[in-house]
Design a protein around this ligand. Structure first.
Ligand code: BGC
Length: 722
């Protein structure tokens, strides 16, 4: 307990005092607890998804783990309040690492106030599958953007003396068949995409935990995959924390322990309790390996501060949380279209607005599954006391209509139509000067969207309104990318993601120009499913969909239908994830990666690249009449010898500029992002040849170009500590 010693020494001193039973006790949870009705809940359990009892005689505290992807889950049961933040994807659309840190610090602050000492948020899977039900918990299709944003988020969590986590390691890129699918990807593409994203986040955040995923990866389950756990994560990246299984993702004792799994959750499957102890006693697993598991857990408890600075229960500040959530949303909204500059609406000029659809009269949509935050006052569209149930679209009471009414001129006429009947909605819209149609796409863990199309006939709703009102504005609240067959018929489109508890006001502020939109897409919006590398979600058959519709059969495989394992072949696109695929195929997406408009305009000039490619420098000017933030993006195309026929994001910077102001922007470039992975050399190197640097405001709009000849360099085998 001497805080002047380093965490590894302190952990070793403690392990020296432990019995074999005590060691085994630390490497598994005590069961499903509050997650499953009827399961035993120990009295010290704080009501979260997981619980690992500590060792009082050694002053080692319990570990209370809480799902907390977009806010702390399961607060209703304990009569607590948690802030619902915008989706991680929406926050990532800000491309603002400081905002990601703030996002994590809100979660860490509220976990601490509620008595938790470990977060199991930190969704890091790459958006390979735009219809993945959990994309709202994830960050981007680009590994550098995703790794940076999630790394900063987890740093924010841990800044509150909470153990952070990054999940689901790895290639858990779709929900369909997640418990039995086998994700297939060649070693080089794997290192340069999904693994690169995890590497960046883990190097930035040094999280206490990495949660291995349900699926198989190139044959072995992710929680017993020696390549991804022992070799890549622990050996190559030097990860010092512990690997915990996703809930029910452990499939063996000896194989998992030897492959690098350190903690079995929720733990009542018995793999890491008596059977692990017996495996140690009969020598199948060495005691040194068990000590290593325990060391990783205990050293993380010391290094994060949960022992020296344990959680201090207090009242969550809902006002501060709401303000933070609103700010995050305002930075993350993406203005996709603004024909004729219809936005921002001028309060003095707009006399009548028809607001339609999306339950905009009562609230904003949230994402489901283990990321679901309990709605204060219950679901705004169907108030029921208690926990927000799994499998239902939950709306939070932050009504865009209310704030639109507040910001419009006092005598403006504002009507609301639910949008359930397109003909009736068109009638309401026909008489108004402006129509604002809210459309929603509810997404959740455990299910993927079958298509990019909006559900519930909402495309017909938008088309019907746009046919009668030339000033139609569409506000999207979606889990991820959707198609928009009506794009040419409407004036303006705002992507607001899942907007969080400050969402209603943030959306109104953007509509009326109190906030200037500045977000850029962290994912490509394809025009249709047929343009995607996988035109259909792999394995999403009719039978699977029926199975999915029966909540009683989830998440366990029900008795009536046993789905067969299948491969998801990510070699189809390999490294060409997202925007790279569209470039390689020379196809136009609906809206490209990195794209987003502002109420002002920016001009780029004077690019220069440091001779060693350590940084780029250029001038950025706000040429409009309003202050605004621009996300300036730097892409690199590697020499032809690299065999990567697409540009890749290498760096970016979010810059605030007053109207008319100019700034010379300098952005450092990490040599890793100019390098390729060679499985034969088992390492990274920057190839020799001509590198094309391009700079601009979107992946498909890069006015500045500079070609630089670079020599070959080999990179350090391990990430540099920072
Ligand atoms: C999810 C995890 C979550 C865990 C505990 C699993 O179903 O995949 O993300 O942390 O449950 O609730």
């Amino acid at each position: 307990m001497n805080p002047s010693l380093d965490p590894d020494t302190r952990a070793d001193l403690m392990i020296h005092e432990m019995t074999l039973d005590e060691k085994t006790q630390l490497v598994h949870g005590v069961g499903w607890g509050v997650l499953r009705s009827g399961a035993p809940v120990p009295s010290a359990d704080n009501g979260g998804a997981g619980f690992v009892p500590g060792i009082p005689r050694l002053h080692l505290p319990d570990i209370n783990l809480a799902d907390s992807a977009v806010g702390v889950r399961m607060s209703a049961r304990e009569g607590r309040y948690s802030t619902l933040l915008p989706s991680v994807l929406g926050m990532s659309a800000s491309w603002d690492p400081d905002l990601a840190f703030l996002y994590g610090s809100v979660i860490g602050r509220e976990l601490r106030a509620q008595g938790y000492n470990m977060s199991i948020g930190g969704g890091m899977d790459l958006i390979r599958e735009p219809r993945n039900g959990r994309n709202f918990e994830y960050s981007s299709e680009d590994p550098i953007l995703a790794g940076t944003m999630v790394g900063q988020l987890v740093r924010g969590v841990q800044s509150n003396h909470i153990m952070g986590d990054i999940k689901h390691y790895v290639l858990n890129d779709q929900e369909t068949g997640r418990n039995f699918l086998n994700a297939v990807l060649d070693p080089r593409s794997f290192r340069e995409t999904d693994l690169l994203a995890f590497r960046i986040a883990i190097t930035l955040a040094h999280p206490a935990g990495v949660m291995c995923s349900y699926n198989r990866v190139n044959g072995d389950y992710a929680c017993e995959n020696s390549y991804t756990l022992n070799q890549v994560l622990k050996h190559d990246w030097g990860f010092k924390g512990f690997v915990l299984s996703d809930w029910g993702g452990t499939h063996s004792t000896v194989k998992a322990a030897l492959a690098g799994l350190d903690m079995d959750q929720p733990g009542d499957d018995g793999y890491f309790s008596e059977p692990l102890k017996n495996a140690v006693l009969d020598g199948q697993v060495s005691e040194a390996r068990l000590d290593d598991m325990v060391h990783r857990i205990v050293r993380s408890m010391f290094s994060s501060g949960v022992i020296d600075e344990p959680p201090l229960r207090s009242v969550v500040d809902p006002f501060r949380g709401r303000d933070d959530a609103q700010r995050i949303e305002e930075e993350g909204v993406v203005l996709l279209q603004n024909n004729g500059g219809i936005l921002p609406l001028a309060p003095g000029k707009v006399r009548s607005i028809a607001v339609i659809g999306g339950h905009a009269d009562v609230g904003v949509l949230s994402g489901g599954g283990s990321a679901q935050v309990d709605a204060p006052g219950g679901n705004a569209v169907d108030p029921q006391p208690g926990t927000s149930p799994w499998g239902r679209a939950i709306y939070f009471r932050s009504s865009p209509l209310r704030y639109i009414r507040e910001l419009a001129a006092p005598r403006a006429s504002i009507t609301y139509d639910a949008g359930t009947d397109p003909a009736q909605a068109a009638k309401a819209a026909a008489n108004a000067q402006v129509a604002i149609v809210f459309v929603t796409q509810w997404m959740s863990e455990g299910r993927d969207a079958a298509t990019l199309s909006l559900p519930d006939n909402q495309d017909a709703l938008v088309a019907a309104v746009a046919a009668v009102n030339p000033n139609t504005i569409v506000v999207l609240e979606t889990g991820g990318p959707v198609s928009m067959p009506w794009v040419k018929a409407v004036k303006a489109i705002l992507e607001c993601w899942f907007p969080g508890i400050g969402g209603g006001q943030a959306i109104a502020n953007i509509l009326f120009g109190r906030a200037n939109p500045s977000g850029k897409l962290p994912v490509t919006f394809a025009a249709s499913d047929s343009d995607l590398p996988h035109p259909k979600v792999t394995g999403l058959t009719e039978q699977m969909m029926n199975f999915r519709r029966d909540p009683a059969a989830m998440p366990r495989n029900g008795p009536r239908f046993r789905p067969q394992p299948f491969d998801v072949d990510y070699n189809v696109e390999g490294m060409a994830v997202g925007y790279r695929w569209f470039q390689e195929k020379n196809e136009q997406p609906l809206f490209p990666f990195g794209f987003g408009l502002s109420y002002t305009h920016f001009a780029y000039s004077n690019l220069s690249v440091d001779p060693d490619a350590k940084s780029v420098r250029f001038d950025l000017r706000n040429i409009g009449s309003r202050a605004g933030d621009e996300i300036a993006e730097v892409y690199v195309t590697l020499p032809a010898s690299a065999a990567e026929p697409f540009r890749k994001l290498a760096a970016w910077k979010r810059v605030s500029l007053a109207a008319g102001a100019m700034q010379t922007v300098e952005i450092p470039i990490d040599p890793l992002y100019l390098s390729i992975f060679s499985p034969a050399d088992d390492g990274w190197s920057r190839p020799e040849g001509d590198f094309l640097f391009e700079v601009g405001g979107a992946s498909a709009d890069l006015p500045l170009r500079h070609t630089l000849r670079l020599t070959a360099i080999r990179l350090q085998p391990r990430p540099v500590e920072n």
